[in-house]
Design a protein around this ligand. Sequence first.
Ligand code: NAD
Ligand code: MG
Length: 390
Amino acid sequence: MRKITILGATGSVGQNTIDLIARDRDAYDVVALTGGANTKQLADDAIRLGADLAVTAYDDRLDDLRAALSGSGVEAAAGQAAIKEAAARPADWVMSAIVGSAGLAPGIEALKQGATLALANKETLVCAGQLVLETAQQHDARLLPVDSEHSAVFQALVGEDMAAVERIIITASGGAFRDWPISDLANATVEQASSHPNWDMGQRITIDSASMFNKALELIETKEFFGIDPTKIEVLVHPESIVHSLVGFNDGAVMAHLGAPDMRHAIGYALHWPDRRELPVNRLDLAKLGQLRFQEPDEARYPALRLAREVMERGGLSGAVFNAAKERALDLFIDRRIRFLDMADAVAAVLDRFESESHLLDATLTLDNVHQTDHLARQWVDDAVLQRAG
Ligand code: NAD
Ligand code: MG
């Protein structure tokens, strides 16, 4: 039986992963599930799947989790250290589906014990790409992409030579506001930004899709994962979310990956890799769809894309700054303390401030330095916002 752990089990990717595991219960030995405040869901799933351990991120939820697990034999724990400890328990396959930079340290623990890390948490590569890839190499561990675009590229590259790759084209739905007049974006509400036309995902990534911060993170993720020059990565708006990404080769061929917008495809591919197994996703009926549309992204509408290009160019710790500033700006937007377009302005201001103290960006890429940078970038978002308010 394969030993598996799911980090972020109660979230959107986590629940889709559990859906696949639960269909083939006898094939898996579940080591640990981790979650957040939703201790009921976490406990129910841990009991149902016979996990050894369930961990909530929050110390003050430990009593709830213990109560929900009582008599089940599933061990309970709480806090970030306990999540790291769960990730370090021997497993063959670990799903990294925590949202945000909180996913980085547990992911590194999983790599250190030699597990295959299925990476939904794109922030891991954005914040510390080089460090993560080196850790995997040192411990003979493997990283597999779960983000749908990166899974698509990964699949299009099977059997290919990276030297023949001319470009990688990452598709983007355009999010909730694709067809809005730009002048209306300033007044976009949290509720409006939280509904995605094609994908059913967690709230944070859904809002990041509306602002294209999600695509911006994915540009950086592409550079890190595939080791490709940033000038060879393109973004293409594709409203139907059927073509998940494309790879262009030096002989003019373009390989596209198509499928229904259902994360269980990319999760299942990473779960069964290098095999393909039957998965419970809708089959495409292209004749019924009739047409697929493509258009160039409008950088005036999506400043996040320009910022991501600057970050890829800058390197060092700028990815950690970009991600943390984005996370904090998103918190402030969700709390209704700043407006939709203020998020990109705040991130740009924080990147500029770090650039003016460039030694901070050029510090060695260690987990400690990433944490410190992350912390400072969040503070500087608050400074930037308060300064403007005052
Ligand atoms: P979600 O918000 O639905 O779930 C997040 C999970 O992380 C939950 O289990 C939550 O309890 C846990 N969590 C949140 N904060 C935490 C913290 N500080 N410490 C520990 N655990 C914490 O998110 P999601 O949409 O499932 O996305 C998870 C990751 O996958 C993100 O990095 C996202 O960008 C990526 N991703 C998601 C999708 C999708 O379809 N949802 C697609 C591609 C990539
Ligand atoms: Mg994606």
